[in-house]
Design a protein. Structure first.
Length: 448
């Protein structure tokens, strides 16, 4: 494990003596010393990882968008609808298969590095077991529904992709600050995936079956790359499962899985609610704004992935560390918010038809909610690092209850704008609840 990225590279007294020679004002040395405190070797490594993760996310999003555009031309509307439904289903299957273990694994690996091999085997066992159970339930549903041969083939590829995903050891690479390596592999895999899609489109062979195969091949390639990086950076995997470690992981992770599933509702349900009250046109506006929100949240998660291993490390309780962490994160959020708003403005004014003009205002509201959710998700990580997973679940359900209670009447009265305002309100409530819980935890630790 490396030293925290947010630790100062020199003492305040040393920094003050060094900066006083520059002839600056009394306030300038302290500001310069604060900024310079990020420039430790570990801080530079964190910046390197952040740059690669952002680049990887942007490339993956771009490849995915181009791939979807190709499929809209290559497939019939019914086939394209089946493909998008299956990809949505895959997202939920992958979330359930992970069983909420990611943050718990990073915490345990950081604090118990001597048990790394046992934690790895337990993680794979739980994820693989959940994937097999999900596969059985999925195939039971397929057998009862009696779908077409193309549908069965697509679902088989989705199940295979989910099985491969269980050995994509992302939390362990995060814990060892090697996010950049997996980001590089992901970029290469996504570019190759898009190239195959383009070749299929150009030759007229881009069918639903080919697209299905490419889903599975992509996930198998990512899993293989993840395993290779793990072996290169960490070492060989000990496949012997210690059931005590499995029980320990599940005891902490099940509540996080429930929390994550509940947290998807405010982010994804707006389109359905608006469509119910105001029809397809309003749902189209809400759908575009929701895509903007999801892209924003994916880039927010990138920053959280960078800082969370440090939160679980030896400096996580230090006041100086937390000041610099929040300064970095809020600055990152502000820059991301401004960039996404500018991109939406360009799209609305230069590329989208005039009936999508409302996307700008709705996106601004959802991006504000996304910024608040990002802050809440970072507070989640602080509580998880302290071992309070169930407290985060309670806070999430209280916030979700507010969203459910107000979203329907707000959508009925004010359409997309109403849902945006309710999203902001539920996110702010979540921040308040988590902040109070974290304050109580910190007060109790000081008292102890």
């Amino acid at each position: 494990m490396t030293e925290s990225s947010f630790q100062p590279s020199s003492t305040p007294a040393t920094a003050e003596r060094a900066d006083s020679s520059l002839g600056t004002s009394p306030a300038a040395p302290s500001v310069w010393a604060f900024l310079r405190s990020y420039l430790t070797p570990a801080g530079k490594q964190a910046l390197w990882n952040l740059v690669w993760l952002v680049a990887g996310t942007v490339v993956s999003q771009a490849c995915g968008l181009i791939g979807v555009l190709l499929l809209t031309h290559a497939l019939s509307p019914e086939q394209f609808g089946l493909y998008t439904f299956s990809m949505t289903l895959y997202g939920y299957l992958a979330l359930v298969a992970a069983a909420g273990m990611g943050p718990v694994v990073i915490r345990e690996v950081t604090r118990r590095p001597q048990d790394l091999r046992a934690i790895t085997a337990a993680y794979i066992a739980v994820s693989f077991g959940a994937s097999v159970l999900i596969a059985a339930v999925t195939w039971l549903g397929v057998w009862l529904a009696g779908p077409s041969s193309d549908e069965r083939f697509l679902l088989a590829c989705i199940v295979l992709a989910n099985l491969a995903n269980c050995v994509q050891l992302l939390p362990f690479l995060d814990a060892h600050h090697r996010q950049s390596l997996l980001a590089m592999v992901t970029m290469v895999v996504d570019i190759v995936w898009l190239s195959a899609m383009l070749i299929g489109f150009a030759t007229g062979t881009l069918t639903l079956r080919l697209a299905s195969v490419l889903i599975a091949v992509r996930m198998i390639a990512l899993a293989t790359g993840s395993l290779a990086i793990y072996r290169l950076v960490i070492g060989p995997i000990d496949w012997r499962v210690r059931w005590r470690e499995v029980s320990r992981l599940l005891a902490s992770s099940w509540s996080l899985l429930v929390t994550q599933l509940a947290g998807t509702i405010p982010v994804t349900s707006g389109v359905l609610v608006v469509r119910w009250f105001h029809g397809e046109a309003a749902a189209g506006v809400m759908g575009l704004a929701t895509l903007v929100l999801q892209a924003f949240l994916q880039l927010t998660v990138v920053a959280i992935r960078i800082v969370y291993p440090h939160i679980t490390g030896p400096h996580g309780h230090e006041r100086n560390f937390r000041i610099k962490l929040w300064t970095f994160f809020l600055g990152y959020q502000l820059g991301l918010l401004c960039a996404m708003t500018a991109i939406v403005w360009v799209l609305v004014n230069w590329f989208l038809p005039t009936h999508f003009a409302a996307v700008l205002l709705v996106s601004a509201l959802l991006l504000s909610a996304g910024s608040a959710f990002g802050i809440a998700w970072l507070l989640f990580r602080f509580l998880i690092a302290e071992g309070y997973e169930k407290a985060t679940m309670v806070a999430q359900f209280l916030s979700l209850a507010l969203f459910i209670a107000l979203a329907l009447p707000a959508a009925d009265a004010w359409s997309c704008i109403g849902v945006g305002l309710v999203s902001i309100g539920s996110a702010v409530l979540l921040i308040g609840l988590l902040a109070v819980m974290l304050k109580q935890v910190q007060t109790g630790r000081k008292t102890t």
